[in-house]
Design a protein around this ligand. Structure first.
Ligand SMILES: Cc1ncc(COP(=O)(O)O)c(C=O)c1O
Length: 479
């Protein structure tokens, strides 16, 4: 007789529905209280900064502390930065809408893998609907297609892989590199483009950085020169990448001009719109990305301007067919045929094998708040960028780097001697971080230190901007 294998009670407990219900109810209440507090009480810090060693040592003791799960979650809240706080104005991370966070709970419980149709039937169908919706807003035709993937960095790499497949003279995927390939991009592009080119095996020479004009947009007048020089150097340029917008200053490249150059030279035209391509949803601001509909591929992060938790990125192709060619290899255990091109087996086109059910988080926002929700958010954040710019300009002692095109602003406090300017603006940011009253970041532009803010929270108001500048003046006086 076969001996039954004993199933430990403690293992059964892992899936106990009553635990899920009990802890879940308490947790949702705790998170709702947290949201209420950070949105209504500006005295609550955006961040309670602790240094890395202190943080590590706290958590090293946690497992043996005997504290409850609720104590644990409370501590996690206390020791995390609060993006829902209206005075969070730092890195470009969306303030997730509540419905997308709740959809996240659903997807984390279901944990469908989505790469293969039946491992995510609903999420694959929703992914098709969401990506078709974005394609239509870009202005693409019916041949367009796309998918969701884990972040702008990965999406840009995937797009450049597709570009290589389409434009490299040799069969790189099958036979390795035959030529010295290269991509051309603005010197203001996000570092992930540089990294992608190197991952693709192009080396440092294979990332050609074109200088920018005074508005930090790629200087389209010198691109021909750079292409000629590349040819003389024995490089085969396969793609031009446009920024919509750039990370440091939120500048939009002239996409229409880039499209023209790409067509003339038979290059792939890719738009890194991780941050700012969301303007395609806005009647008021879509002019910033004029020409985006001519791009062969576009990246848009839902987790930046489009209200979902990280990570959640759309990669769209003007010719959907191109997206199937990127990874043509056998994965027999997954699909009957690698050659067939079904929209519903998204793993054929993505880096990921197992992939998060991202589509639910984007789709639920549209379902709950309506199709124009993204437009409203973009308009509010970009409008607030202009309001803040005006406030900075009106304040004695402050300098605004440039009129913002997007919701990203760079400015500095000037009432220091020239030799102290950079160091003291850095100190201002450091003191702000330590106090936790605001969260902003900093950047170097033309060797000058600037304080950098991204207005990510539609609930951030004029009084928050004024209060930030007041606080900077107080800190500056204490230096
Ligand atoms: C223009 C741009 N591209 C790409 C990225 C990288 O995107 P992700 O953080 O989703 O990987 C960023 C991030 O800030 C960005 O601003």
């Amino acid at each position: 007789m076969k001996e039954a294998i004993f199933l430990e009670e403690s293992l059964k407990k892992i899936y106990d529905p009553s635990d899920f219900r009990e802890i879940g109810h308490q947790l949702v209440d705790m998170l709702a209280d947290h949201l209420e507090q950070v949105q209504s009480d500006s005295d609550i810090p955006v961040i309670k900064y602790r240094n890395p060693e202190e943080e590590l040592s706290y958590w090293k003791n946690d497992l043996s502390s005997g504290s409850s799960m609720m104590d644990f979650y409370k501590e996690i809240l206390d020791r995390s930065i609060h993006v829902h706080h209206p005075r969070y104005m730092g890195h470009q991370v969306a303030v997730p809408s509540v419905i997308s966070s709740l959809s996240g709970l659903v997807t984390d419980l279901l944990s469908n893998g989505t790469g293969v149709y039946e491992m995510g039937m609903a999420s694959n169908a929703l992914e098709r609907i969401v990506t078709d919706f974005v394609s239509q807003k870009i202005g693409y035709g019916t041949d367009a297609a796309g998918f969701l993937t884990s972040g702008g960095t990965l999406a840009n790499l995937t797009a450049l892989l597709a570009a290589r497949k389409a434009k490299a003279p040799g069969l790189v995927w099958e036979e390795g590199h035959q030529e010295n390939l290269a991509v051309l991009v603005s010197e203001e592009a996000h570092y992930c483009i540089d990294r992608a080119a190197r991952i693709l095996g192009f080396g440092a020479k294979g990332i050609i950085k074109v200088p920018t004009n005074s508005s930090f947009q790629i200087d389209v007048n010198v691109i021909e020169e750079y292409l000629e020089k590349a040819e003389q150097d024995g490089l085969v340029v396969i793609a031009i990448v446009g920024c919509a917008s750039s990370t440091a200053t939120g500048s939009y490249d002239d996409l229409a001009a880039l499209a023209e150059i790409a067509t003339k030279h038979n290059l792939w035209f890719h738009v890194d719109g991780a941050h700012g391509a969301g303007v395609v949803f806005s009647e008021k601001y879509k002019h910033l990305a004029k020409g985006i509909d001519q791009a062969d591929s576009v990246v848009i992060d839902f987790h930046k301007m489009l209200l979902t938790p990280s990570l959640n990125t759309a990669l769209l192709f003007k010719q959907g067919e191109e997206s199937y060619k990127t990874f043509e290899q056998r994965a027999q255990y997954l699909w009957d045929s690698q050659q067939s091109r079904e929209w519903y087996n998204s793993g054929k086109r993505t880096f990921e094998c197992t992939k998060l059910m991202m589509s639910l988080k984007a789709y639920s926002i549209i379902k709950m708040y309506g199709e124009d929700v993204f437009e409203k958010n973009i308009n509010r954040l970009y409008d607030q960028g202009k309001v803040f710019a005006q406030i900075i300009r009106n304040r004695d002692g402050f300098e605004l780097l440039m009129e913002p095109e997007a919701n990203i602003l760079n400015f500095r406090y000037l009432k220091f001697s020239d030799s102290d300017l950079n160091a003291n603006n850095s100190k201002i940011r450091e003191v702000l971080l330590q106090s936790g009253k605001f969260y902003i970041v900093q950047t170097m532009i033309n060797e000058q230190r600037y304080l950098r803010t991204s207005i990510m929270n539609p609930l951030t108001k004029e009084e928050d901007f004024e209060a930030l500048l007041d606080e900077i003046e107080i800190i500056a006086k204490s230096l």
